[in-house]
Design a protein around this ligand. Structure first.
Ligand code: SAM
Length: 329
């Protein structure tokens, strides 16, 4: 097992398949993009599947989430998913994506065994989409969302980051859009993980504000039916149910005490927290000939060092040197 010194067990592995993305969302990446990792530094598909197998077979990981960057940009994605769902014990396999290209890939991914998807969608307005992400791709995202639902990758969860003065007036329409289509909306507090270091607490839309905005149009009641466990989202029943909405208050209501996540970057570094400043290099060990058990041992040691919390509120807080796109959100 991947147990840390506070007794938490990491069973949910987020794997970044690439640091590249085809959008430039304001809270993540500058309009001109970033220096991408050279391809020789990226894990190959075989290396990814080997590390995921070590995690599942030797370390008790039960959920694999493929992310990025934009994971749909990784050509071998369907093959990686199929090889992951063939592992035993069979992990749950999910994908976080901006849905550009999902219209074509949803069915092959479902056939490869993918269980469900989280899709990022911050606005329903085409102009605002172009302004926020520097690309005119809203129709592709909406088509991808519909295709995922149609292909049975359910529940489709929709992740939204609200930003003051940009899309905070869209909380209600976005939730309504999700309710009408059977998607589950989740609003995420913006975190200090952008490459431009433009985050400020004053500008962040807090969970309290999000709930205030939504409560003007919907009746929200804490979800008492389902235990929250290690889930990042606090869920609320909308208008008596059965629909739910989630709020991920990473900054103002941190949930580090119940965290069960560990991350693997596209260049093979284990990170025990989104905000970790240290990484453990599994790629170098693997390429130097480490056995599965040796890789597992390094992984255990990396998780054992996990800190109690992300420390955003600590005066000594340092934003990690890698932005969200290079860590894997
Ligand atoms: N490209 C994929 C996508 O758009 O979902 C996967 C990677 S993206 C980094 C994963 C999630 O992280 C998205 O839902 C995105 O909105 C979120 N995200 C990125 N930067 C963030 C930030 N600074 N604060 C909060 N969420 C962020």
């Amino acid at each position: 097992m991947l147990r840390d010194s506070f007794g938490r067990v990491a069973s949910d592995l987020r794997v970044s398949l690439t640091d590249k993305c085809n959008l430039r969302c304001a809270y993540c990446m500058p309009p001109e993009g970033l220096d991408w990792l050279p391809s020789a530094q990226l894990l190959t598909a075989d290396e990814i599947v080997r590390l995921v197998r070590v995690a599942v077979e030797l370390l008790g990981v039960t959920e694999i989430r493929y992310t990025g960057g934009e994971p749909l940009l990784r050509r071998e994605l369907t093959d990686i998913v199929a090889r992951t769902t063939a592992l035993r014990p069979r992990p749950q396999v999910t994908l976080t994506t901006n849905a550009i290209g999902l219209e074509r890939l949803a069915r092959p991914l479902a056939e490869a065994g993918l269980d469900r998807v989280n899709v990022s969608l911050d606005t329903l307005d085409r102009e605002t989409f172009s302004k926020l992400s520097h690309r005119d791709r809203l129709p592709d995202v909406l088509a991808g969302l519909a295709a995922a639902h149609e292909a049975g990758l359910r529940p489709v969860k929709v992740n939204t980051v609200l930003m003051r003065g940009l899309n905070d007036h869209e909380a209600v329409p976005l939730l309504r859009f999700c309710l009408e289509r059977g998607y589950e909306a989740r609003f995420i507090e913006q975190m200090p993980l952008d490459a431009q270091h433009g985050w400020s607490r004053e500008n962040m839309i807090t969970a309290d504000e999000i709930l205030g905005l939504l409560s003007e149009s919907f009746d929200l009641a804490p979800d008492e039916q389902e235990e929250r466990g290690s889930a990042p989202a606090e869920r609320f029943v909308v208008d008596g149910g059965p629909a739910r909405v989630g709020v991920i208050a990473s900054v103002t209501r941190p949930f580090c005490g119940a965290c069960d996540r560990v991350r693997l970057t596209a260049d093979g570094q284990v990170r025990n927290c989104l905000f970790a400043t240290e990484e453990s290099d599994l790629k170098a060990a693997m390429r130097a000939g480490a056995s599965d058990e040796e890789l597992a041992e390094r992984w255990r040691a990396a998780v054992a060092r996990k800190r109690a919390g992300h420390g955003i509120d600590d005066p000594s807080f340092l934003q990690p040197s890698r932005p969200m796109s290079a860590i894997g959100g």
